[in-house]
Design a binder for this molecule. Structure first.
Ligand code: GTP
Ligand code: MG
Length: 195
């Protein structure tokens, strides 16, 4: 998708504040600092659209961006960030979960996973939860520019090994980088199929 124009629309703290569910919507979720906001910016060719940070816990609200006046991209707060209070953390996680479960126009969840590290319990549990609730998701392995191809393949294989202990069918996965833009076409192809 080359002609792409994205604008910030609204930040909401809870589902009922979100824009009217009148357009197809695609959400980005994953641990704090995994690269959700950066990947959204990469997709829409605008480094400054979603706020990014080297420190985890940057995105704290449900942020809607409208693309080509036709569909929404949603940047969500990350989960698993240790440095905020438990109450604050639970509040964010609860509002994100409620959004994921109830948002009626949500066509696909992109679950971001850091390609550089071994399988994390928190990510595996999150996938289990999505599957239990019948929520469709695609895995996006992030920051692939930081590793050699071989190492990425090994890490992904470890994930698949871990998942195949409990899953019969593995989730669809795309390797990505906000730096070298890899995975962009594949992500758009998922989005286009679900318009
Ligand atoms: P929260 O909003 O805190 O949950 O974080 P986030 O998941 O939105 O992460 P964000 O996009 O803010 O990126 C976190 C850090 O990772 C920043 O320093 C980014 O520059 C860096 N980063 C994100 N994506 C990539 C990538 O593909 N490659 C590299 N090398 N760095 C990346
Ligand atoms: Mg963010």
């Amino acid at each position: 998708m080359e002609h792409i124009h994205a604008e910030f629309l609204k930040s909401s703290s809870v589902l009922k504040e979100c824009p009217e569910p009148d357009k197809p919507e695609f959400a980005f979720i994953g641990r704090s600092n995994v690269g959700k906001s950066s990947l959204i910016n990469m997709l829409v060719n605008n480094k400054y659209l979603a706020k990014t940070s080297g420190k985890p816990g940057k995105t704290r609200l449900i942020n809607h961006f409208i693309v080509n006046d036709q569909w929404y991209l949603v940047d969500l707060p990350g989960f698993g960030y240790a440095k905020v209070s438990k109450v604050q953390r639970e509040k964010w996680e609860k509002s994100s979960m409620n959004y994921l479960i109830k948002r009626e126009n949500l066509r696909m969840i992109f679950l971001l996973i850091d390609s550089r590290i071994p399988p994390q319990t928190i990510d595996l549990e999150f996938m289990e939860m999505l599957a239990t609730k019948n929520l469709p998701f695609v895995i996006l392995f992030t920051k692939c520019d930081k590793l050699k191809k071989k190492k990425i393949a090994q890490n992904i294989e470890e994930y698949q090994k871990e998942l195949s202990k409990t899953w019969t069918e593995l989730p669809f996965a795309i390797t990505t980088s906000a730096v070298d833009k890899s995975g962009r076409d594949e992500i758009f192809s998922v989005i286009e199929q679900l318009q």
